[in-house]
Design a binder for this molecule. Structure first.
Ligand code: SF4
Ligand code: SF4
Ligand code: SF4
Length: 731
């Protein structure tokens, strides 16, 4: 039991103290069992307060501390650090959230907000009194990574990880690398061809002997945990003998007469049964479509020395410290007759148009006819308020406008019409929209409720639309091609991959990271990361950025060969456990296994997989399993603390803290000091402050708003160029 507890109750400027009576709280907490010191402080996270806490811990020989402030998501690690710097075990610290749980939601009832805060702080004190000093768990880690998906994101991450000294196993489902980018023609903004980018990355991969590439390979099973995963992959054969005579193989390719629709070209062309995705596809090796050739007995007999369609699959197990998933996306496939797709001749999708342009470098031909005009219909399968895909894929506006520019550049006389709901070619890509407008592309806005109608008028393809700008006047356009601008959807096999890896997928079926800002490439499975567009629509550079973020995180995790983990995990009391298996049944992370110990079967926790979620504890019929820092004893004591009678002195109306007017503060947080220093000489805009201090725009905005509320800074008018408020220090 801890008997020398320090309690700190934060005002958070006025975020808490405007509604919660922090003075009364600190007075009350002084009388709680074990409490040696209880203070209310203006900003608990401010440097000056942290120093004061360290001095208190040392001077008063505190054995544990409670900070009642904001969410532990924000400052748990700050105060654990304070404890550690003062020589206290960081797990003898409890954070109580009286901002998000008291002052903010109950600002209409300040007295109730204070009452709730009393209960929560008492619960925190009771819990910290029972807290145990814990040490981080240290495990060995293999300096190897399995990357699933050899699109541009996966390839780029593989190169990075290999250069940082890790072994990389790059696993690609297709027989060729490059994913969606290999299918693209010129990429915005560099106009480099997709296949050239793929070739560049592939050559780099080949030059690094730390990367092993597996093509035609799928993930079958995964076991083990962070630091030591065993990943089973199934490798499909190419059905071409390794030592095949090259001349004979070339003869087989030229004599092969079986053709099937070419999936790589979205069925716009047909390919032979012995094929490559495109002539320069990499690895530079052919593959046999065994299904298509299975009835060609004579052909197979003639070329039996080089083609063997009965080669078996191979299974391999790879051992790695971490796994990175970069499986990319599919493109939305319109329903039959959605805007005439698959029903009217001349209605295709944007990816199909791009392949068509690749296949027709000189003159754009569709169905043996020269294409002179193209009508793009935007947001097909995206932003559907009544459909499956509520989200915007964001890359498609830019991609369409870039394609429109390419049409003009390549084929000169093709006219482009854009039927759009909204358009954004954000950031550096805005220039594309400007160019497209200048080259004479016509933009017509429609409303979601009244989308364009595509139909045949005799043998002419027409698009009818109620034009938004001309008060919904109906316009009719004759065109050679209607191109449906389809967005991104998750890979069709994403659910099965998510099941194997046990990573969650969202309602949109993309893989879910833990937190889009705080942990954007981490998943709830320790050691399994996601990167690229498998986590949501992204363009090529955004995909590469996220996979590189993941590779940096992975390297930081495994580079020393040892990983230090948070000790808040489940523990089993081997004397009590009778192995009924109930805990293992509910554990979503496979962290519990049956083992033999001292002559009986009991449950054992794999610390590297356990997330400390706590689901196992309540199902144990004999209370043999507990979560560190959340033991039954601690939880029960918290309930006792919360249930104690609360007697509050109500403040008179006059005394009530008002939100208006300046507050007096002992100490501003460090970030406020930096902002004040920055605007001391002359008023500055938010982007200017953000740039100078190298602090994110949103954070500067948030703090300036709070400082403004407390009359520390004031607005100094509008900056014409930026149309952002200028801020100056209030005198
Ligand atoms: S952000 Fe800082 S000042 Fe605000 S509640 Fe948290 S610790 Fe206190
Ligand atoms: S539920 Fe309890 S008794 Fe059953 S195996 Fe798990 S820890 Fe042991
Ligand atoms: S706390 Fe229990 S249920 Fe949760 S991951 Fe750990 S062992 Fe599994």
């Amino acid at each position: 039991m801890k008997e020398r507890i320090g309690v700190y109750i934060c005002h958070c400027g006025g975020n808490i103290s405007d509604y919660v009576d922090v003075e009364q709280l600190s007075e009350m907490m002084k009388d709680e069992d074990g409490v040696v010191i209880a203070k209310n402080v203006m900003f608990a996270c401010a440097d000056s307060n942290q120093k004061e806490m360290i001095n208190d811990i040392r001077d008063k020989n505190l054995d544990s501390i409670v900070v009642a402030s904001c969410s532990p998501k924000l400052h748990l690690h700050t105060f654990r650090g304070v404890a550690q710097r003062a020589g206290l075990n960081p797990f003898n610290y409890v954070q109580v959230n009286i901002r998000e749980q008291c002052s903010w939601p109950h600002s209409d009832h300040p007295l109730d907000a204070t009452k709730k805060a009393v209960g929560l702080i008492r619960a925190g004190i009771k819990r910290v009194a029972r807290s145990k000093a814990l040490e981080n768990i240290v495990i060995d880690a293999k300096k190897a990574v399995v990357i699933v998906g050899a699109g541009v994101s996966g390839m780029r991450a593989a190169i990075d990880l290999a250069k940082m000294g890790n072994d990389v196993f790059l696993v690609e489902k297709d027989f060729f690398v490059g994913g969606r980018v290999a299918q693209s023609g010129e990429l915005f903004m560099t106009n480099q061809k997709g296949k050239q980018l793929v070739e560049q990355l592939y050559n780099e991969i080949k030059s690094l002997n730390k990367i092993t590439l597996f093509t035609g390979a799928t993930l079958e099973k995964i076991s083990g945990s962070l630091g030591n995963f065993n990943v089973s992959i199934k490798i499909k054969p190419r059905f071409i003998n390794e030592k095949a005579d090259e001349k004979l193989l070339n003869q087989a390719i030229s004599e092969c007469s079986v053709e099937v629709p070419d999936v790589f070209n979205y069925g716009l062309t047909r390919r032979k049964a012995i094929y490559k995705n495109y002539p320069e596809a990499l690895p530079d090796k052919y593959v046999v479509d065994a299904e298509a050739l299975k009835n060609e007995k004579e052909f197979l007999k003639k070329f039996s020395s080089c083609i063997d369609i009965y080669q078996p699959d191979e299974t391999l197990t790879l051992n790695a410290g971490s796994v990175l998933v970069t499986t990319g996306v599919d493109t939305y496939q319109p329903e039959e007759n959605e805007f005439g797709y698959k029903k009217l001749n001349g209605v295709i999708t944007l990816p199909e148009l791009k392949r068509l342009m690749e296949l027709n470098p000189e003159t754009l031909i569709y169905n043996n006819k020269k294409v002179r005009s193209v009508a793009f219909i935007y947001c097909v399968g995206n932003r559907q308020s009544k459909g499956k895909n509520k989200y915007c894929s964001r890359f498609c506006c830019t991609s369409t406008i870039h394609t429109s520019l390419q049409l003009k550049e390549k084929y000169k006389d093709v006219r482009a019409f854009h039927f759009y709901r909204d358009i954004r070619t954000y950031g550096k890509q805005e220039i594309l929209f400007e160019k497209s407008s200048k080259q004479g592309d016509v933009y017509l806005r429609f409303d979601e409720k009244e989308p364009p109608v595509v139909e045949m008028n005799g043998n002419k393809l027409v698009v009818k639309v109620k034009d938004y700008i001309t008060t919904k006047k109906e316009l009719e356009l004759e065109t050679d091609l209607v191109v449906l601008v389809t967005g991104m959807v998750s890979r069709s096999d994403s659910s099965s991959l998510a099941e194997i890896l046990k990573i969650p997928i969202g309602n949109d079926k993309f893989f879910n990271e833990i937190h889009p800002k705080l942990k954007p490439v981490e998943t709830v499975i320790k050691g399994v990361f996601i990167g690229g567009s498998c986590q949501g629509p992204k363009n090529v550079s955004e995909s590469v950025q996220s996979s590189l973020a993941a590779s940096a995180k992975i390297n930081a995790l495994i580079k020393s060969g040892r990983i230090s983990l948070d000790p808040i995990v489940a523990t089993v009391d081997k004397d009590i456990c009778v192995w009924c298996g109930k805990c293992a049944e509910v554990c979503e992370y496979d962290a519990l296994k049956e083992i033999k110990a001292e002559g009986k079967n009991i449950a054992s926790v794999n610390m590297a997989s356990c997330t400390g979620c706590g689901i196992c504890a309540p199902v144990c019929p004999v209370d043999a399993i507990q979560i560190a820092q959340y033991t039954n004893d601690e939880i029960e004591s918290m309930i006792d603390g919360f249930m104690q009678k609360i007697e509050l002195k109500e403040k008179s109306g006059e005394e009530e803290v008002q939100a208006e007017g300046a507050v007096t503060m002992k100490e501003y947080p460090q970030i406020w000091k930096q902002i004040l220093q920055s605007i001391n000489e002359k008023p500055k805009t938010i982007p200017e402050i953000s740039k100078e201090l190298e602090i994110n725009n949103d954070l500067v905005t948030y703090h300036l708003m709070t400082m403004n509320k407390y009359s520390i800074v004031e607005s100094a008018g509008l900056d014409k160029k930026e149309t952002y408020h200028l801020y100056k220090q209030k005198n």
